[in-house]
Design a protein around this ligand. Structure first.
Ligand code: NDP
Length: 332
């Protein structure tokens, strides 16, 4: 029987208000994209979830297609909820998404149709054994579906009580402004955007962060560690158990480990060491240096990685010199 650590809210993980809403999210959230499907031992998954919650990480992020196979991360998470976390349901923010290919035929191929989005949410709730998710996202912008239809599906999910809040992922700044305005006209605020963001991938700085500020949305940044590149794990070769060697449709490819990239990673590692942080900690802290970023949405394959990343919370500020040094190794 699991008893959550009594000191889980002792301040190791700060909480940040999500945009102009009343919802607070932990500055570090745990994503279940990898390492919660059927290929990962159930006990390893359990250890990671317990470690995260015991440290004060209250937000777990899923999607219909997380696994492998698709759907298995939600099914496994449902089992962890039943065994360990149901007594703590009101302490948790659980999210899911619909947008990518899920089931055969014209209505399961992803995108943003009302048919697909609402059927997918029902399937996610069933797999997790939940009556509602806290946040439900449109996982990607679908150019083949009117935005009104996709936003209408999100509004329905909220109005039916199957989601408490609505969000979007990887929409451009322009489409974010449009989506937020449409949803607002339907009486539902847009809570949050989930974009990729790391010190090597800064696209959200061009326009998206401004759009989020204007519309009052929060931001939860994924792949702040560039799927493991911005850690010390590839500094001396490729470890056998690294993501790059695992099945599961990862987009982390061998060419990310080019000599040029590794040269920058080694230099970044030295900057991190001078700050008294691991590179993974510095990369996490870096996305959180901007107050508009509500949470860093990290992935992990072991509990120790989660402990390491939470350690980043004790130093989230950067000097001008440190930022310039990072820029010189992270921006072309
Ligand atoms: P990260 O960039 O956080 O990479 C996670 C990987 O980094 C881990 O699997 C691990 O690699 C390595 N790692 C983590 N911590 C450490 C550490 N302390 N020391 C050394 N290595 C470490 O993010 P992900 O790409 O996994 O994405 C995180 C989450 O974001 C996902 O689970 C999902 O919830 C969300 N996401 C959303 C997307 C969207 O379209 N909305 C797309 C992608 C992700 P290893 O496994 O090799 O040990």
């Amino acid at each position: 029987m699991y008893h959550a650590a009594s000191d889980r809210y002792d301040g190791r993980v700060p909480y940040r208000t999500c945009g102009k809403s009343g919802l607070k999210l932990p500055a570090v959230s745990l994503g279940l994209w990898h390492n919660f499907g059927d290929a990962t031992p159930f006990q390893t998954q359990r250890d990671m979830l317990r470690t995260a919650f015991d440290l004060g990480i209250t937000h777990f992020d899923l999607a219909n297609n997380y696994g492998p196979p698709f759907g298995s991360a939600e099914t496994n998470f449902g089992e962890h909820l039943r065994r360990d976390f149901m007594p703590y349901r009101d302490e948790l923010i659980i999210s899911s998404k619909a947008g990518y290919d899920m089931w055969p035929g014209p209505y399961g191929q992803g995108g943003g149709s009302r048919k697909y989005v609402l059927a997918s949410l029902d399937q996610s709730l069933k797999r997790m054994g939940l009556e509602y998710v806290d946040i439900f996202y449109s996982h990607r912008f679908d150019p083949d579906t009117p935005l009104e239809e996709t936003m209408g599906a999100l509004a329905t999910a909220v109005q039916q009580g199957k989601a408490l809040y609505a969000g979007i992922s990887s929409y451009s700044g322009t489409k974010t402004r449009e989506a937020a305005a449409i949803l607002k006209s339907m009486g539902v605020p847009m809570l949050i955007h989930q974009p990729s963001y790391s010190l090597m991938n800064r696209w959200i700085e061009e326009d998206l962060l401004d759009a989020l500020e204007e519309t009052g949305m929060g931001c939860i940044a994924f792949s702040a560690l560039a799927q493991g590149l911005l850690t010390n794990k590839y500094l001396n070769g490729v470890p056998a158990d690294a993501r790059i060697n695992r099945p599961g449709g990862s987009s982390f490819k061998q060419d990310h480990l080019s000599e040029q990239n590794l040269k920058h990673v080694r230099a970044l590692n030295e900057i991190a060491q001078a700050r008294g942080q691991s590179l993974a900690q510095m990369a996490t802290a870096w996305v959180l240096r901007d107050a508009r970023v509500t949470s860093a949405l990290i992935g992990a394959s072991k509990p120790e990685q989660i402990v390491d990343l939470v350690g980043a919370m004790s130093n989230l500020t950067f000097s001008t010199e440190e930022l310039a040094a990072i820029d010189s190794h992270a921006v072309d």
